[in-house]
Design a protein. Structure first.
Length: 409
């Protein structure tokens, strides 16, 4: 069991113990890049078949756009992140053309983009060591505003409620804008609530190294409370009264998918996925969960879609994955074991709820349609429901098997 050591990558996270950005995202960019913001703010006017589609709109609108890579270099870090966010949202809209997409769009693995869109996207993505597609970070966590907090200021996490959040940019037609905003806010709020879980996870690792059972007990209590809080957000907000099931599958979910081959590695890129929620990844790691199921392996694979600082942080913690389990088995403290098991129970409840609600939303209105899953396989929606159910159940079993049986210790 290696002692927990805070290196530079871990310390960087401790300075801002959240997978949310340090600052409230900008809403504008310096010239000549603000044209991309303007286009994104108007793309909803073209994002349907009747309106002509996004591709023709962007192709024509970008024909006169010019910039120099040195102008991208001159942007500060958060301006570069904003540019990446805007460009990836535009690229995803261009990739699908309109909503709901045509069935053949789900089968595409290669696509040509206008140079004025793709060249700056790939350049700034390379500067930030980010995949050449949208991710939960670029499309969701860099696409919000907070009531009472100005763009570009340090994010005050403890003061944010669900109602305080709004989208910076909304790309679907007006009829469905509320649905898109609600969906993205669920993920943002999960990471906001998950900040407390992040702190608890670091406290757990510190307490083990210090052999402080009292602090460890309090940290496990805090972690349990935080997992319950995340589940509460999910259960409260992912429901038919707030998020229309049929509209979600046809007008909301598709535009987050990428499913195209990376121009360099030729591997398929998934785009935005719930597996990219950092606080869930961190609690799985610290609780010592195995990652051998289909969903577990997919979670590990999804780390390449995190921003570099988050990838570095999770990588730096990976050697400590089994520290908590090893420590608990060594000391065999009944109270601590029970607190650990409560955390596992809470995580199981989260995943059971995720499985049940996920199946309902994949089903949508019950009609058979194409859908692209996290595994990037195109399936009939009814087949996707079955596969999702099986994958989630295996992940649930992989979670609950970590519970400590006192008779076996």
């Amino acid at each position: 069991m290696p002692p927990f050591v805070v290196n530079d990558r871990i310390q960087l996270f401790l300075n801002h113990p959240s997978f949310m950005p340090l600052k409230v995202p900008h809403t504008q960019l310096p010239e000549p890049f603000n044209i991309y913001v303007d286009l994104l703010n108007n793309v909803h006017l073209w994002n349907s078949k009747d309106q002509g589609g996004v591709r023709s709109f962007l192709y024509n609108a970008l024909s006169d756009v010019s910039y120099d890579n040195k102008q991208i270099d001159a942007l500060d870090y958060w301006e570069q992140e904003k540019l990446l966010s805007v460009l990836t949202m535009l690229a995803h809209c261009y990739r699908w053309d309109y909503l709901p997409p045509e069935p053949e769009e789900f089968l595409k693995q290669n696509m040509s983009f206008p140079d004025q869109l793709w060249k700056p996207l790939s350049y700034v993505a390379d500067r930030l060591d980010h995949p050449h597609c949208g991710t939960l970070w670029s499309i969701m966590l860099m696409n919000f505003q907070v009531k009472g907090q100005a763009p570009g200021t340090n994010l005050q996490i403890d003061k944010i409620t669900f109602q305080d959040l709004s989208l910076a940019h909304n790309w679907v037609c007006k009829e469905f804008q509320g649905q898109l905003e609600h969906w993205i806010k669920i993920f943002i709020m999960t990471e906001l609530v998950g900040t407390t879980a992040n702190k608890a996870c670091i406290q757990v690792l510190n307490a083990i190294t210090e052999n402080d059972k009292e602090v460890l007990g309090k940290a496990l209590e805090l972690l349990h409370e935080s997992i319950v809080g995340i589940t509460t957000v999910f259960n409260r907000e992912v429901r038919g009264q707030k998020l229309n099931m049929a509209q979600w599958r046809e007008y909301i979910q598709p535009s987050f998918i990428w499913g195209l081959r990376d121009t360099q590695s030729q591997s398929l890129l998934e785009g935005v996925s719930g597996l990219q929620i950092g606080s869930i990844q961190l609690m799985d790691l610290v609780l010592g969960l195995e990652m051998e199921s289909t969903m577990g392996k997919a979670m590990m694979g999804s780390r390449k879609y995190f921003p570099k600082h988050s990838r570095d942080f999770l990588g730096a913690l990976e050697p400590y994955r089994n520290n908590l389990k090893s420590y608990l088995k060594k000391i065999n403290d009944l109270t601590l074991n029970e607190k650990y098991n409560l955390c596992i129970d809470a995580l199981e409840s989260y995943r059971v709820s995720h499985k049940q609600r996920g199946k309902a939303y994949i089903k949508g209105d019950g009609t058979s349609k194409s859908i692209t899953t996290t595994g990037l396989s195109v399936q009939n929606s009814l087949e996707a429901i079955k596969q999702f159910d099986e994958d989630m159940e295996k992940r649930i079993q992989e979670t609950i098997k970590e519970k400590i049986d006192h008779q076996d210790v």
